[in-house]
Ligand binder design. Structure first.
Ligand code: ATP
Ligand code: HSE
Length: 308
């Protein structure tokens, strides 16, 4: 195979209580990428459509992720990368990560699949670090594995795949303002009170259990973030109103998607997820901020091959 086209989905990191460890994959929102083998070694980004992003290999997450996997494979070829962006950078639904995870998935296919999903996540994290300054994996892992993932450790990397309850839908609003992950990380406290930490890890544990048992009431009870949301929500206009509208229209719960500005909610069934979409549309329609709304099933497969 000399060329591959893939669909690399958007992802929601943190899932309220699981800062830097939990994430899930969306189904109908994502970027496309075309990656071609070249006889000359190295990585060239030849086309970027839909966003103003750096073409220099070292400054683009796709370029850095590509170098990481080609290097590890000691590949005797190089690649040209075309990026078709539908996920706006700085959106909070894993724009940078979609490029990183899509690139390593595609190059692994071109190499004949020598690497497993844990290894691909590791290469993707190298790219993700260009955007956020840290090698966090909570967007890369759900893209590569699909469904819900828990990053148990980063050194050495251990990603745990979690089950996806079949009736779970996500509703997401993306206000068109940009919040850089690096900046949203910089405002977080370095230390947190033990009493808050206890509640937070209890929520992570109960959410993981609830995903295993498809216990929607327990999912609702677990979707709380006492640690990060109080700081970051101040960066998102109308956050409290949106969250109230989500809860009043039947969502199980929700919060900031990744580092924001997107706000996500989870609902049982598409009908409720659509009602949540209507309610949050009403909140933002009264403002002069442009926005997108997505209703999506959870994508259990992750990145998909469009053409090879
Ligand atoms: N291929 C790429 N796709 C998207 N952003 C990129 C890419 N390469 C470099 N970047 C840079 O990464 C930054 C955007 O990443 P950031 O992590 O801030 O947003 P995000 O990925 O949408 O959010 P989140 O990780 O919270 O979901 C921008 O500064 C952008 O220029
Ligand atoms: N866990 C990361 C995700 C960024 O998308 C953060 O919240 O900073």
């Amino acid at each position: 195979m000399n060329e591959i086209k893939i669909f690399s989905p958007a992802t929601v990191a943190n899932v309220s209580c699981g800062f830097d460890v939990l994430g899930f994959c969306l189904d109908n929102v994502g970027d496309e990428m075309v990656i071609k083998k070249t006889t000359e070694k190295g990585v060239k980004i030849t086309k970027i459509v839909g966003a103003n992003l750096p073409f220099e290999t070292q400054n683009n997450v796709a370029g850095v992720a590509a170098l990481a996997i080609l290097d590890a494979a000691n590949a005797d070829f190089g690649v040209e990368i075309e990026i078709y962006k539908n996920i706006k950078p700085g959106s909070g639904i894993g724009s940078s990560s979609a490029s990183a995870s899509g690139t390593v998935f595609a190059i692994n296919e071109l190499l004949g699949k020598p690497f497993n999903k844990q290894q691909l996540t590791l290469f993707g994290m190298k790219g993700e670090a260009v955007a956020s300054g840290t090698e966090h994996a909570d967007n890369v892992a759900p893209g590569i594995f699909g469904g819900f993932t828990l990053v148990k450790e980063t050194t050495p990397l251990k990603v745990v795949q979690l089950p996806t309850p079949s009736e779970l839908y996500a509703t997401i609003i993306h206000p068109q303002i940009e919040i850089k992950t690096s900046e949203a990380r910089a405002i977080l406290p370095k230390d947190i009170p033990l009493s808050k930490a206890v509640k937070q890890w209890a929520n992570v544990g109960s959410l993981v259990s609830a995903l295993h048992t498809s216990d929607y009431d327990l999912i609702a009870d677990s979707l709380n973030d006492l640690i990060v949301e109080p700081y970051r929500s101040q960066l998102i206009p109308h956050f409290d109103e949106v969250k109230a509208a989500m809860m009043n229209s039947g969502a199980l719960g929700g919060g900031i998607s990744g580092s924001g500005p997107s706000i996500f909610s989870l609902s049982k069934g598409k009908e409720t997820a659509d009602k949540v979409a209507d309610a949050i549309r009403e909140v933002y329609s009264k403002t002069d901020i442009e926005f997108d709304i997505h209703v999506s099933k959870i994508n259990a497969q992750g990145i998909k091959i469009v053409k090879n």
